[in-house]
Ligand binder design. Structure first.
Ligand code: KG4
Ligand code: ZN
Length: 335
């Protein structure tokens, strides 16, 4: 079997990322230029600023990824690029860079769904065993995705309002913590106790959907009410209470779905997968379930990167999927 070398490009939000991946699992390079410093003072990602940074960074990051992988464009079998979902102006930079390079060098082009990328980050560390279930938790998504085989994605549950990461970032803002707030809440939570007894949105008994906006409001109300009573809730306890509520629902629904669908593997994916509390609780929950293997990628592969896009792109490429030069950014792309 001949080797495949895929170039991945990811610009859906605030990281300009390019990677080179061999045979779908071997990372030759994985370069990420983060813009977090530029967005921090605005308390979130500013789309126009994100687009401008991508324009400035994309060529540099592309050249660096090729250099670190010690390959040239002649060695690349296909270019895999995130076509959606994400910020349209940000996506457009990656899509147009991919199309330009593909056209100029006659390289096949593959469009990749950002969430498929997050799930396939797991293939960079282990073989995927089907059927599997993936818990995708990021700044823009909270989904339970069932996969019967490579390239087949069935969303069995999703958030009805805020994504988990979005809730983390909003609660962090209430506590005047810097953006992105997830890691700060995570750190604080380990120093506090979940004494507040915040609500858990279980929704209908048979539903695998999620809802985090009520929890976010409960946190804001708790802070407000305490202030009116002239009291302050310790930020550590607030963070611990919030995190306990989020993780309780995420882990309970994932365990239930994994059992119901009889999966062999559970894959964690997305930026919130970096959460230590979530990682620990999932490990505790799945350790007695001997038939189910829990896979948790290292932090660098959980947050946005292009190796995951190349990994997903490798499968699509091997399945014969091709994009042409009409490929466009699609901010609302379905999985
Ligand atoms: O996947 P990602 O890098 O970008 C999106 O596709 O959205 O996820 C970013 C999200 C942010 O909301 C950030 O606060 C959250 O992941 N995050 C965390 C942690 N690290 C990052 N949330 C909770 N705990 C963490 N340790
Ligand atoms: Zn992401």
């Amino acid at each position: 079997k001949v080797d495949s070398i895929i170039l991945g490009i990811e610009t859906s939000c605030d990281e300009t990322a390019v990677a080179v991946v061999k045979n779908g699992h071997e990372i030759l390079s994985n370069v990420v230029a983060s813009q977090i410093e530029s967005h921090k003072r605005f308390g979130g990602v500013v789309p126009e600023i994100a687009s401008r940074h991508h324009v400035e960074q994309i060529t540099v990051v592309l050249e660096e990824a090729l250099r670190q992988a010690d390959v040239t464009l002649q060695d690349i079998d296909a270019i895999a690029v995130t076509e959606g979902p994400g910020l349209v102006g940000a996506l457009l930079i990656g899509v147009n860079a991919a199309k330009a390079v593909a056209f100029a060098h006659g390289i096949p082009l593959v469009g990749v769904h950002h969430i498929a990328g997050h799930i396939y980050a797991n293939r960079l560390i282990t073989e995927m065993k089907f059927p599997l279930l993936s818990l995708v938790v990021s700044g823009g998504h909270t989904e339970l995705v069932y996969m019967e085989k490579h390239g087949s994605f069935e969303v069995i549950g999703e958030t009805r309002d805020d994504a988990a990461g979005e809730a983390y970032d909003k609660v962090a803002r209430t506590l005047s913590l810097p953006y992105p707030g997830g890691p700060h809440i995570d750190r604080l939570a380990h120093e506090g106790q979940p004494v507040l007894g915040l609500p858990r949105a279980w929704l209908e008994p048979d539903s695998y959907d999620f809802s985090f906006s009520g929890l976010k409001s409960a946190v804001i109300n708790a802070v407000h009410n305490a202030k009116q009573r002239g009291e302050v809730i310790a930020p550590e306890d607030l963070a611990a209470s919030f995190q306990d509520s989020v993780i309780d629902v995420l882990v309970t629904k994932t365990v239930k779905a994994a059992a119901e669908y009889g999966v062999k593997q559970v894959l964690l994916a997305g930026g919130v997968a970096a959460n230590k509390g979530l990682r620990n609780r999932l490990q505790e929950a799945f350790s007695p379930m001997q038939n189910i293997e829990l896979v948790i990628p290292p932090l660098s592969l959980c947050t946005d990167n292009a190796a995951m896009i190349a990994a997903a792109g490798t499968i699509l490429y091997s399945q014969g999927k091709r994009a042409n030069l009409a490929l466009n950014a699609n901010p609302g792309l379905d999985l």
